[in-house]
Design a protein around this ligand. Structure first.
Ligand code: HEC
Ligand code: HEC
Length: 436
């Protein structure tokens, strides 16, 4: 839990109706309250680090296409959802942070522990309430294009259908526009795994790997009588990203999809409900349920192997003004084409999402506390600048709606000029929240 120290040091208060700056309270207040959700709800809005995201096209030296950038914005937009979720400022990205997971995510009464929730809780959509508390951990979406069928229980065949299901059924949103679904899928299709130099392309350990892990690899592919002559690798197929696209009952209370083990070391706890905190507990589960009769050193070797195959390089990156503004500028990039094409739906979606994030940026990087509550004359007030940027964005939307394309373009240019001040005009280094 890389982020947990941040929650101890900084409280969060009050959030967040899009574009209402007042809804954000000052960092450092005690309780985190999120509109309409119980006290103790934690979306990790004050996190100092976030999962690193690798998008395929960027990794190949390109940039996010129009549809990918639009999908990226939609992924961070609470506007897709129904009233309750919208009011709370919940988006796909709240749970699947940067396409990975938010390990701190917690809603009292709905989450059994951090990092998950009961998706059929009846809170966001009463029609879905099944009256059973069935907590599910948030899965990472890294490599998700290879990991159909979808859902922990693999009940839905396509990413598109799953996204629609989340929006309409789980969060009571209106029927999404087909193009928004296409964009969400285009974005999710881009999310790659983090590299792991210990594995070759066939999912085998490279020769320089640790000897214990190599012994573990031999056990991983060894047939066990207790598993009907199958091996771990029969389901976690190394050359298929350690998955098989099928559902199995492995003694965890139902049929579940074989999860990939790639980058899994970054997404503890394990199993659909996060019942195990370590690979040791997982191996002990299989040993117990399938009578594998592992010797203690074999258990250790299997754990060493799981540690090796599940690693991921550069797993987290700092949350800074710069990284936050870079993210926002990706969404804004959609506007160039959208204004030209008079695509009001895309403009509306992007403006809402950008304003929502700017609102957060104004709160998250508020530097007044660092100067004893009063900013020196030469230090711009980030809350004021973000409020101005929100104004620029809203003007773009209004002008586009009024059919005034040229003026909308000018407003966009104003936005870009001002946005640069947030990235470059602050004397206090690479600001995360000040230390107390
Ligand atoms: C409140 C937290 C939360 C939000 C918001 C959320 N998800 Fe999820 N997501 C989950 C959980 C928990 C699961 C596992 C649920 C299950 O198995 O039914 C999941 C599963 C998924 C899966 C399947 C992953 C797999 O390995 O099969 C996809 C794809 C997905 N979500 C996409 C989205 C998209 C797109 C959005 C926004 C439209 C979204 N999610 C919003 C928590 C969330
Ligand atoms: C019959 C198919 C099958 C076999 C054989 C199998 N697994 Fe799994 N494995 C699964 C399924 C299904 C789950 C998910 C269970 C759940 O979500 O409750 C899982 C979960 C896991 C997880 C947790 C991953 C995560 O992100 O939560 C690990 C680690 C793991 N298995 C390792 C092993 C090892 C080691 C062996 C051999 C001793 C093994 N598996 C054998 C199907 C299998």
């Amino acid at each position: 839990m890389l982020n947990s120290f941040a929650s101890r040091r900084f409280g969060v208060a009050g959030i967040l109706v899009a574009a209402s700056l007042a809804a954000f309270a000052t960092p450092g207040s005690q309780a985190q309250t999120i509109a309409g959700l119980p006290k103790g709800t934690d979306f990790a809005l004050d996190a100092r680090e976030r999962p690193r995201q690798i998008l395929k096209s960027e990794a190949e030296g390109g940039r996010q296409s129009y549809m990918v950038a639009l999908g990226n914005a939609a992924f961070s937009s609470p506007m897709l959802f129904g009233e309750k979720a919208k009011e709370a400022g919940l988006s796909c990205d709240t749970c699947h942070r940067q396409g990975d997971i938010n390990t701190r995510f917690f809603i009292p009464g709905i989450s059994a522990h951090r990092g998950g929730l009961d998706p059929t809780n009846g809170f966001f959509n009463p029609v879905q309430d099944d009256g059973v508390a069935n907590h599910v951990d948030i899965p990472s979406l890294r490599g998700i294009r290879f990991l159909a069928p979808y859902g922990r229980d693999g009940r839905i065949g396509s990413l598109r259908e799953f996204a629609r299901h989340v929006i309409v059924n789980e969060f009571a949103g209106p029927e999404p526009e087909p193009r928004v679904l296409d964009a969400l899928v285009a974005y999710m299709d881009q999310i790659d795994f983090l590299p792991n130099a210990k594995l070759n392309r066939l999912g085998r350990l490279v020769s320089s790997a640790d000897p214990a892990a190599k012994r573990g690899e031999a056990l991983f592919v060894k047939p066990f009588a207790g598993m009907d002559g199958k091996s771990c690798a029969s389901c976690h197929v190394p050359e298929s990203l350690f998955a098989d696209g099928r559902r199995h009952d492995v003694g965890s209370d139902g049929l579940f999809k074989t999860p990939t083990l790639i980058n899994a070391g970054l997404t503890a706890p394990y199993f659909h409900d996060g019942r195990y905190t370590s690979f040791l507990e997982v191996v002990e589960h299989f040993d117990r349920v399938f009578s594998l009769k592992l010797k203690p050193d074999e258990t250790e070797d299997l754990v060493a192997y799981l540690d090796a195959v599940s690693a991921g390089e550069g797993s987290y990156e700092p949350v800074t003004r710069q990284t936050a503004m870079r993210e926002v500028s990706t969404y804004v990039s959609v506007l160039d084409h959208a204004i030209e094409a008079n695509d009001l739906a895309a403009i509306g979606l992007v403006v809402d999402t950008v304003n929502f994030d700017l609102n957060w940026i104004g709160w998250r990087f508020d530097t007044r506390a660092e100067f004893g509550g009063r900013l020196p004359a030469d230090v711009p007030d980030i809350r004021v600048v973000s409020a101005q940027l929100i104004g620029d964005m809203s003007a773009i939307r209004d002008l586009a709606r009024a059919g005034n394309r040229a003026a909308a373009k000018t407003a966009l240019a104003n936005y870009h000029a001002r946005a640069r001040t947030i990235v470059s005009n602050y004397p206090v280094g690479n600001l995360a929240l000040p230390s107390r």
